[in-house]
Write a protein that binds this ligand. Structure first.
Ligand code: NAD
Length: 465
């Protein structure tokens, strides 16, 4: 029996950072992982998709460089090489995680772990571990939708899609959520025909309505066919996808040579002894936790996708670091879920933090908004990406920032500034007196903050909001 202060199960961004922070806090720590270090984010999610999207961005920009006075003849791409580049990047990062764990003295064990008691973990290599604290960080898996035909060849989830080395001619994407939209962006920018079939009346449902509509229009402009209200019923041989229009009741079908099922993710918690150990679970196999990621068993924590609070890598990392401090007796406040940004790597990018206008109103806040059109930003114009907008939602009674929604270049980086101000409980007025560097796209934040008080100097005069 090997004894530790803490055992972390799962080496995604939540688990691997948690293990390092535990070691930094002086805890003897083991990190158990059955697959590769880095989890979904690094191997099958965030990083590989961003590598693919970068290749598509370079290709698309090279093809359309004329407007910048640059002429590139015969721009082509090698799909297998795009996949190889993605694989090289993930390998490098995996090695980086292994190096980090070693340098901090975390013992990494490659095995499948099963909880065999409230302080015990059994490993597939026959070893037994005993730990004063256990952190579960086993993540999530793509949801298998109950649609006949999803087992046909050519029907894949986002994990399998990443390793296909031939480029499709027409990809049908079931689900217009974050994964669907990012893959639609990747393929359409490579010139591949793309159809998105989304069950709801719009894509990217959790995001600001107005901005999601703009993203949808942009995808259409990029050649993507976005079909909403389309509940997929079946997939037939030859890859014909049949759907029902939820509003009109009529049926439709579309035929492609590859189908991506991107209808959400489910907890990765099966067969790991969680229920048997007495853990309380929620619908979909997620482990129930409180705001500090504590389960109903005092020395067991569940972080990241596994607790179902927010299926985002950065949320998992934040939870992992918080839990490592709690285990070491360092007081921590619960992470404010409302201050965790969400990003979509479409083109231009979409990002949000906090509440939408509707949610803020429903929460009983007296809201105002400030907006700015990216067409008015000099840097955006200079880099040829002057499409998009920013919207800040604030509380009119005290100026508190309640949310921010950005569609435009570098939106996913810019949103971090708003998250920081929200974390400090700052106001739109404090944001408005923060001097932003010129020329940068970040100046759109300043203009939107000024617009909250009806005084953006770089927007046409308008009636007070
Ligand atoms: P999602 O929940 O974001 O979207 C799934 C979509 O599929 C929904 O809009 C849903 O209405 C639709 N759908 C479900 N069943 C359908 C059917 N039968 N026919 C048509 N449409 C159907 O899920 P996702 O896009 O698979 O992403 C999974 C998770 O991974 C999310 O939580 C997301 O936040 C996370 N993720 C994040 C990033 C990022 O941060 N950039 C990138 C990828 C994934």
């Amino acid at each position: 029996m090997l004894k530790y202060d803490a055992v972390v199960i799962g080496a995604g961004p939540g688990g691997y950072e948690c293990a390092i922070r535990l070691a930094q806090n002086g805890k003897k720590t083991a990190l158990v992982e059955e697959c590769e270090l880095g989890g979904t984010c690094l191997n099958r999610g965030c990083i590989p998709t961003k590598a693919l999207l970068h290749s598509a961005d370079v290709y698309d920009k090279a093809r359309n460089a004329d407007a910048c006075g640059v002429f590139a003849d015969k721009v082509t791409f090698d799909y297998a090489k795009i996949i190889q580049r993605k694989n090289a990047i993930t390998k490098k990062l995996r090695n980086g995680v292994a190096f980090l764990e070693k340098s901090h003295g975390v013992e990494v064990i490659q095995a499948r772990a099963v909880l065999s008691g409230t302080r015990r973990v059994s490993l597939s290599n026959g070893e037994e571990l005993e730990a004063a604290h256990i952190v579960l960080a086993t993540g999530s898996l793509p949801s298998a939708l109950p649609i006949p035909g999803t087992d046909l060849p050519g029907v894949v989830d986002s994990t399998a899609l990443l390793d296909i080395t031939t480029c499709p001619q027409h990809i049908i994407i079931i689900g217009g959520g974050v994964i669907g939209v990012e893959f639609a962006t990747f393929y359409s920018r490579l010139g591949v025909k793309v159809t998105i079939l989304e069950m709801l009346d719009r894509i990217l449902e959790p995001f600001d309505k107005e901005l999601a509509r703009l993203v949808s229009g942009k995808l259409e402009e990029q050649g993507v066919s976005v079909v909403v209200n389309a509940r997929v019923e079946s997939i037939a041989e030859g890859l014909t996808v049949r759907y029902t229009d939820r509003k009109k009741g009529a049926g439709g079908s579309v035929r492609g040579d590859l189908v991506l099922v991107a209808g959400g993710r489910q907890a990765n918690s099966r067969g790991m002894g969680f229920e048997q150990a007495g853990l309380r679970m929620t619908r979909g196999g997620f482990v129930e936790t409180d705001g500090l990621c504590r389960t109903n068993i005092p020395n067991i924590y569940a972080i990241g996708d596994l607790n179902g609070k927010m299926l985002l890598a950065h949320a998992a990392s934040a939870q992992g670091l918080m839990v490592a401090d709690l285990i070491a007796g360092i007081p921590r406040r619960a992470i404010h879920g409302n201050r965790i940004p969400s990003c979509v790597y479409c083109h231009p990018e979409l990002a949000m933090v906090g509440m939408t206008e509707e949610k803020a109103r429903a929460a009983g806040r007296e809201i105002g908004t400030g907006a700015f059109n990216i067409a008015g930003n000099g840097k955006a114009l200079a880099i040829g990406e002057n499409e998009g907008m920013i919207k800040i939602v604030f509380d009119k009674t005290n100026g508190e920032i309640l949310g921010c929604h950005i569609w435009g270049p570098h939106a996913t980086d810019l949103v971090a500034e708003i998250a920081a101000v929200m974390e400090c409980e700052g106001t739109v007025d404090e944001l408005g007196t923060t001097v932003h560097p010129h020329p940068t796209v970040s100046e759109i934040i300043l203009e939107a903050a000024h617009d909250c008080r009806g005084k953006s100097a770089n927007a046409p005069a308008q009636k007070p909001r």
